[in-house]
Design a protein. Structure first.
Length: 88
């Protein structure tokens, strides 16, 4: 009877150690998964920020091109007025 009790206690102890080991492995796996999720979220946020910056730059560049075109057209109109060749 004593041997059975001792064997049962040893078996339970080994089972407990195995369960702790699985918990540590599960925690490690959870950490890996959480790190990957955080990295993916950061990549997506950076892509969103980059897209916003690209759109803002494109809008600013387009505005600059329009402005330059208007100034050049005004300069041509004013030049025509100044030399008397304007029919306006």
């Amino acid at each position: 009877m004593m041997k059975s009790t001792t064997l049962l206690a040893i078996a339970l102890g080994i089972g407990s150690l195995a369960a702790c080991n699985n918990s540590a492995q599960e925690q490690k796996a959870d950490n890996i998964e959480a790190n990957a999720e955080n990295t993916a979220d950061t990549i997506e946020a950076n892509a969103d920020n980059s897209a916003d910056a690209m759109q803002a730059n494109a809008e600013n560049t387009a505005d600059a091109v329009r402005n330059e075109g208007e100034q050049n057209a005004d300069a041509v109109r004013n030049s025509a007025d100044a030399d008397g060749n304007s029919s306006n």
